[in-house]
Design a protein around this ligand. Structure first.
Ligand code: 9MR
Length: 494
């Protein structure tokens, strides 16, 4: 099936140019290779173009039930402690990546991606760092980031570059990094730039708790995000930890609050979800907990740039909660005997269940943001914008691809291509086109490129080949042009 439509997109350089959303060739994949590798929660999240992750601790790796759940129900892993500074650089210049490598190996063995957590935080830093000041502290921070991000280059989907920079009243924590750089925005911008230089393809986040709902702390984070973007710092997303408690109420206007960050052109993610309660567990508290989890799932689902959820642990027996909040616990989807709670089904249903949903009948497919950051060659004015959904009709088979120039400058340009699946789940895709004006791709992300002359073929990466019915994903590239920079006449997708 082939269809074609045109829309006008305002380029960041101020020119309005005709861009084209182009449908491709419909090929229905055979069921033998169409099934997603993911099961349970991950499969449900992936069916609508998002992920469902878990904090994983090597301390429990020998527990086969724990590892079995972590390796089958999720498609993203966050090391609970293994990539923090006190583990990775316990003394100056002595790096220890053994535990973090173990987490990455676990994730890769189970086809799961990794959120790196974290590079700069006021907690879990060794004494040799807190004792520094001035240039020595700045240098230590930059060296630490450069070394760790370089070590994991290409293996990390997103980094929590700076963790928990704010006090609850919205003021900055005046930690060693704040003091060394003379301000919050200064050290955070420097940390982001340093991380970006080491791995231009990792998405870079600032992460915090108690910013889920409207309030002074969320406003402070919003102001920080604006300032970082204004100065061209490579910020890609905001992490909302979402450590909730049934007794404290649900965050005010969580969806609207997350959406305003997304509207800045940022990804948003729920990064450390759990909902604790006062023990003993009661049915009334369970009911509130179910509501809170459902609300969090729905808030993210309603925002196209919300990329996924991560729960902060598998089962209640290993949760951080009881040792931190005396008399509280039961915050997760598996109980202290590592058995599924009814809450698991609640969350699965909120995600949409394991069955593949039908394609949308009238609304355009949910837009999924890029899964890695644009390259460093991108000029500072070119924030990765929210890609517009293609204007093609919902495909009935095969897949379609829409090409959108999202930025252009003399001799260079940036494109986002949205790949939208038809009505059959698939495990791979391939998009092709021919450049009309001899353009050359210089760097491409979220896909594997082959360009021969003007003919371009892009295939999926291991992590974004699987698309449920009606789901979409994007890849992007920067390139060079000379004379004119027209959009290709047609794109194929199969
Ligand atoms: O779950 C982590 C726990 O094992 C550690 O002892 C603790 C140290 O402060 O950190 C916990 O994880 C935190 C995360 O790294 C940042 N956000 C809050 C999490 C819960 O405290």
């Amino acid at each position: 099936m082939t269809s074609r439509s045109t829309r006008r997109v305002r380029l960041l350089c101020g020119i309005t140019a005709p861009l084209v959303a182009i449908a491709g060739i419909g090929i229905t994949l055979l069921s033998s290779n169409a099934a997603s590798a993911a099961t349970g929660l991950a499969a449900a999240a992936e069916a609508q173009g998002r992920y469902f992750g878990v904090a994983y601790a090597t301390a429990h790796a020998g527990d086969s039930t724990y590892s079995g759940i972590a390796g089958s129900q999720f498609d993203m892993v966050t090391p609970e402690n293994e990539m923090k500074w006190d583990t990775t650089e316990p003394s100056a210049g002595n790096f220890n990546y053994g535990p973090g490598d173990q987490v990455v190996a676990f994730a890769q063995a189970h086809s799961e991606r990794v959120r790196g957590h974290n590079l700069v935080w006021h907690q879990q830093i060794p004494g040799w760092v807190t004792g520094l000041s001035g240039t020595a502290a700045k240098t230590a921070m930059e060296n630490h980031i450069t070394n760790e991000v370089t070590h994991y280059k290409g293996k990390i989907y997103a980094w929590d570059v700076v963790n928990e920079p704010f006090n609850d009243d919205g003021s900055y924590r005046t930690d060693v990094f704040y003091n060394a750089f003379g301000g919050g925005v200064q050290y955070i911008a420097d940390a982001l730039r340093t991380a970006h230089a080491a791995d231009p393809n990792a998405k870079l986040y600032v992460n915090d708790y108690n910013i889920e709902g409207a309030g002074a702390k969320a406003d402070a984070m919003y102001s920080l995000a604006q300032q970082l973007l204004q100065q061209g710092a490579p910020l890609n997303g905001i992490g909302f930890e979402t450590h909730l408690a049934v007794q404290y109420g649900f965050p005010t206007n969580m969806q609207q609050n997350m959406a305003r960050f997304a509207n800045l052109g940022l990804d948003v993610a729920v990064t450390e979800l759990d909902v604790r309660m006062t023990l003993p567990e009661t049915s009334s508290q369970d009911s509130t907990q179910s509501t809170y989890y459902t609300n969090v799932i729905n808030a993210c689902k309603a925002i196209s740039r919300c990329v996924g959820w991560t729960v902060w642990g598998v089962s209640d027996n290993y949760s951080w909660v009881p040792s931190t909040f005396s008399g509280q616990g039961a915050p997760l989807l598996w109980n202290s005997n590592e058995q599924q709670k009814p809450l698991y089904t609640t969350v699965l249903n909120a995600l949409g269940g394991t069955s593949v949903p039908p394609p949308p009948s009238s609304s355009p497919p949910t837009s999924r943001p890029p899964t890695s950051a644009p390259p460093s060659s991108q000029p500072p004015t070119s924030r990765p914008p929210t890609s517009e959904p293609p204007t093609t009709n919902p495909p009935t088979g095969g897949c379609t691809a829409a090409y959108s120039i999202v930025n252009q400058w003399p001799g260079g340009f940036q494109v986002t291509v949205t790949v939208t699946n038809g009505n059959a789940a698939r495990s791979s895709w391939q998009v092709g086109w021919t450049f009309a004006n001899g353009q050359t791709i210089t760097q491409l992300w979220n896909g594997t490129l082959s360009q021969s002359g003007s003919a371009v073929t892009v295939r999926n990466m291991s992590y974004n080949g699987t698309l449920g019915a009606g789901a979409n994903t994007t890849f992007g590239f920067t390139g060079t042009w000379n004379g004119s920079n027209g959009v290709p006449g047609s794109l194929t997708c199969q």
